[in-house]
Design a protein around this ligand. Sequence first.
Ligand code: AMP
Ligand code: MG
Length: 349
Amino acid sequence: MTRTRIFPINKINFHDTLKEAAAIIDDGGLVAFPTETVYGLGANALDTKAVRGIFEAKGRPADNPLIVHICSKQQCCELARNIPEKAFKLMEKFWPGPLTLILERQEIVPDVTTGGLDTVALRMPDNEIALGIIRVSGKPLAAPSANLSGKPSPTTAQHVISDLCGRIDAVIDGGTAEIGLESTVIDMTLQVPAILRPGRISREDIEKEIGSITTGYLDGGHPDSAAVRSPGMKYTHYAPDATVILIEGASVNVARRIQEMLKTYESAGLKVGLLLTDESNMTIHQDDQLSLGSKDKPAELAFNLFSGLRSLDARGVDIILVDGSFSRHGIGEAVSNRIRKAARSIIKV
Ligand code: AMP
Ligand code: MG
């Protein structure tokens, strides 16, 4: 059992807190910190023992590689080689920001960080705390989401504490992560780059910069060719303790089906939680229901999704019914991807 220190960070203690965090990283320790996507669990990406600690603390399978967080293009060139022109264009446009590039790795990156692959995943986060820890420590940070493996990603320090207290050295509490979903991951080592995980930066955003790309992920959560390229995709993800059932279709039909299912499950003695859109939230009324936001504003749904799953779990529900009638536009595709992976079953109405 490790004593986990909690550092609330603010304008006054900002630099002192970064120094404390950097000192823990220098010592081979584990520090959770906010990024603009979700909270990350960071360790020196070049220190094999420290990175092993991340896998242990999260219970993460060893073949699921980590994203390395950097604060400069120079660091990028120290960690990756044969970087294609298109990758530089994407860095120029989207870094710092929620886009992870898969590139050929340099020898200096240890196997434990890349899950034994000859590629490395790199991202420059758009968050002053994350960038500050990387800059002050002078180390690239391997940092997966700071949750127990398989659970919904953490968007607050409280989520990190509830999963990892006693397992990591420190948590920097910098408030709620502003996007709420993990970065877009794109494999730049292929002739035609492929998105391996959708995020806020969409296929269209990327194609505007570098022309045609492909998507290499399946939405059902089952292994496919992308899972082979991106090992993390074959594992259970984002799943709360309750069983998640996703209902997809037009808004009115989804609301009607949720009401029918609610009656059936409740009469069987089950405690049911509902994750709704503002639209269905107007027509359904029971105790354990939350709205994630308007069905036409997927950024709101992204922001609230993981905390919604966690807070229904905390209420001890057996089943979570999710309203899947929202727009797949922009980040909506990533929201759909995460809920589909969390879901035990998907019903189309
Ligand atoms: P997480 O750190 O939990 O946000 O997950 C990182 C995701 O990036 C996982 O799905 C990994 O499998 C994927 N990933 C990391 N490094 C690589 C790599 N070198 N090649 C392909 N996918 C990667
Ligand atoms: Mg994760």
